[in-house]
Design a binder for this molecule. Sequence first.
Ligand code: ADP
Length: 662
Amino acid sequence: MSIPLTIVAPRSLRRLSVILGLFTLIASVGSFSGWVLDLPRLTSWLASEMSIQPNTTVLIALASIALLLIQYGYSRSTLVLGALVALGGGLNLLQYMLNMDFGFNHQLLFAREWGHAGTLTPGRFGPPASIAFVLIGMSLMVLGLRDVSARRYVSALALVVVLLMGFSLLGYLFGARDFYAIPWLSAIALPSAIMLMALAVNLIISVPQHQPMLLLCERSSAGSMARTVLPILIIMIPLFIWLRTKGYELGLFDIGTSRALGAAMLMLGVISLMWIALLALRRREQREREADRRKDEFIATLAHELRNPLAPISNAVSMLKLAQGNAEIFSRATEMIERQAAHLVRLVDDLLDLSRISRGKMELRRKHIELVSVIHQAVETCSLGVEAAAQELIVELPAQPIYLHADPVRLAQVVSNLLSNACKFAGQHGCIKLAVERSGEDVLITVKDNGIGIPPDLLGFIFEMFAQVDQSLERSQSGLGIGLTLAKQLIELHDGSIEARSEGVGKGSEFVIRLPITIDQDASPAELQHLNGTNVKSRILIVDDNLDSAQSLSEVLSLGGSETFVAHDGEAAVAAAERLRPDVILLDIGLPKLNGFDACRRIRENQWAKNILIIALTGWGQEEDRRKSSEAGFDVHLVKPVSVTELLNLLARSPQRNNLDR
Ligand code: ADP
């Protein structure tokens, strides 16, 4: 698992894409109902004379559905819908190129007398929309293909649509009729231009792994510059020209003044923008310099921290030399060495972890765990320190066990880090409270102390690398200032968050970890054991054309100790089975190239496949479907969505076909 290089989470992009998809879907259905209900206003939003044509609304709706479906992994439907959209646009374009009427334009007009302005034939949408549909349809088809490398062309095609629609929208903004009203060349209604623009932007968002999204989402100076400058430029230039034109039209100033004003505003705007960009660059440089300075300080602290345990160790060595068989001195000296060596190991481990995280090499060993056992482990690690400082440690745990899918070692490390900080900063006779509670779909782990507190303006800062509130080398509390950085990164790798709270200096501190609860809380410990794979160890071939479902299932099963392999079409499944000779095959039925039934038959033809447990994973669960899968040679027929527990139970009962109790 690696630290994301992008600043925008894939989930947010998906959400944005779904919002845009819903917008175009609702807007197109709304416009179509304008034709059905005889409400012209629904088809020409600004009461301009041109209406969106019903065929346009249908194709936009299809494209919107395709874009929504691709977000949920239905690539085949996206391919088919994309083909329909491209075909619709292409045929319409052909009418213009051949100067013919193919006769499919008017059927959805409901014989309305209005809304024909800008059309050569009633119901026929214009050339810009036709070209846009061809490009959008092609892009959708590429998205629906399994060939991920072809996706780089999606944004190029969509950018052409953005440019085309940009022209039309600018035409509307400035009343340039040639840009949107010439029937055989540029005719397009305003709603069509807006919706097609939204579809094109949505397509670009759907391929975040390629330009321009790659740069726009990147966690870098260039990325942040692109994010600031691009939207401002897109809005600023048309806005300035529009203001200047409107002022002139309203008679506020003459043409010469309007031009001079336009030039002045543009200059001012571009210079301000450049200034903003330069300031951002400068801020970044300052931050880097500050980070450098902190690194230097850190090296000094590190030297100090490493030297601290060395003094007692060398003292202990002297004690050993002088002990001359004195058992008490011997045991005190060795205990001291042991303690100090453990401290050194902890320091070095933290450093290594941090470097692993910043290189994206930190691996979480997630399994299904019971949280309280992790908490106990953390408390145990810190109990000596708490005792030594005569502190009171109150632990509040929930009555019901809480199960998480997490790395127990890392989680215990984070909690014990917070506890040892609390112990360090609460001082002699301080009070520390550790609480675990459920909060909706999350669990909250809170570590609170009544110690020295944290100044409010430093609450965010303390999670940064090498950050310490008291930075003097003579400070009474030692440490490297990396514990909280590590804690934050580890918690974020678990998809959680951590927050520091404090009323101020001297008023104690509180650290709250929030982690998502992702597994069924009613699962019995025995089921959890299954989930952790104590019983399931097979070679499993997973065949699904939905890459995400195959991958996620593969991950769950490999967590369970199985060796997993993935294939995405029927032919690849047969080849993989031949090559890998797995114990179990989880086979989707609807597959490209060769469907699941035929793939199963082909595999079963072989002598070596006699004992393979072949499980159908399908959306169809009728008696007839079960009969068909049994005839094709499947051992078990499971209907999606399959519960992982059910699947693991099935595999645990018998990974071999012979022993399976059907
Ligand atoms: P370290 O403890 O090694 O200095 P951390 O990253 O764990 O490094 O903590 C960073 C800084 O945050 C500490 O130096 C301290 O200034 C502040 N801090 C952390 N926990 C507490 C706490 N419970 N009370 C007060 N200050 C704290």
